[in-house]
Design a protein around this ligand. Structure first.
Ligand code: GSH
Length: 255
């Protein structure tokens, strides 16, 4: 029996037309859980230099800060923003090569989430979020915990290209990347092995299957012109193991 995906997962927080995430203060179900670092007693990290510079620039010049999401940030930003744009960054490929022992896995059975691999000829599509004024410090503080402390990601400044290139110039954006030097980096594996690991992993933010399917649905519905072979071959491998997961009739992600 096929089960439409939309019924498998609670809908992502609804984004109001203005683009402000109406559940930015808390995830869909109740107040955001206190995020405890899995490495108990880990000190809260100072923001990395690139992030601090971007924050200082934004604060002093009242210019907005843009944050580029290409994984869970695409469908669960969970911070207040002023606007958002679909687009891409050059020079990177998205890969399910980062282990996750908190959000979509645990210490014994880490999940697999995405990071970026330097790849000169490649582009990675996602969403850039514009944060202004007080949104800047709030979003960076939240993402530092969610991505850096709990996820092993570092920050980098990249050039974001909005999909509507006639209307928009490229924009400098902050992106979170998990490098091979971080402790939960897993590196390459076959799409079949990655799918098998995703099927058996879940963590504090939900099942790893949800993470994969929401990202695949975002790309299918909002970037239909893009063929992300790595992502869709993992999805295909997962559906061949779990044929009950039919493709969603409507997008799981609302942008
Ligand atoms: N940095 C990427 C990946 C972010 C990502 O997926 N990070 C994990 C941390 S391990 C996360 O936030 N997970 C939250 C969730 O799975 O709902 C992005 O911009 O979307």
């Amino acid at each position: 029996m096929s089960v439409p995906r939309a019924r498998l997962f609670p809908t992502a927080p609804h984004l109001s037309p203005s683009g402000a995430c109406c559940s930015a203060a808390a995830p869909a179900s109740g107040p955001r859980p206190r995020l405890l670092s899995p490495c108990s007693g880990a000190m809260k990290r100072d923001p990395p230099p690139a992030e601090r510079q971007a924050q200082e620039d934004a604060g002093e010049q009242k210019t907005p800060l843009w944050i580029f999401g290409y994984g869970s940030l695409v469908w669960r930003p969970d911070f207040e923003f002023s606007s958002r744009k679909v687009g891409f960054i050059r020079g990177y490929s998205r890969r399910f090569w980062q282990g996750d022992t908190f959000h979509r896995g645990n210490e014994k059975m880490p999940g697999r989430v995405v990071t970026l691999q330097e790849d000169y000829d490649a582009c990675t599509w996602g969403i850039a979020y514009e944060v202004r004024g007080e949104q800047i410090a709030t979003s960076l503080q939240y993402l530092n915990m969610r991505e850096a402390v709990l996820g092993g990601y570092d920050t980098k400044l990249v050039k974001f290209h909005p999909q509507d290139k006639e209307a928009d110039e490229p924009i400098l954006a902050l992106v979170y990347i998990a490098t091979p030097q971080n402790p939960t980096y897993l590196g390459p594996a076959s799409e079949e092995d990655i799918a098998a690991q995703i099927i058996v992993s879940s963590g504090r933010s939900g099942h790893n299957i949800e993470y994969l399917l929401r990202l695949a649905d975002f790309m299918r519905y909002f970037c239909p012109q893009v063929e992300d072979e790595h992502l869709f071959s993992i999805e295909e491998a997962l559906v061949s193991i779990l044929p009950c997961l039919c493709q969603a009739e409507e997008p799981l992600v609302e942008v």
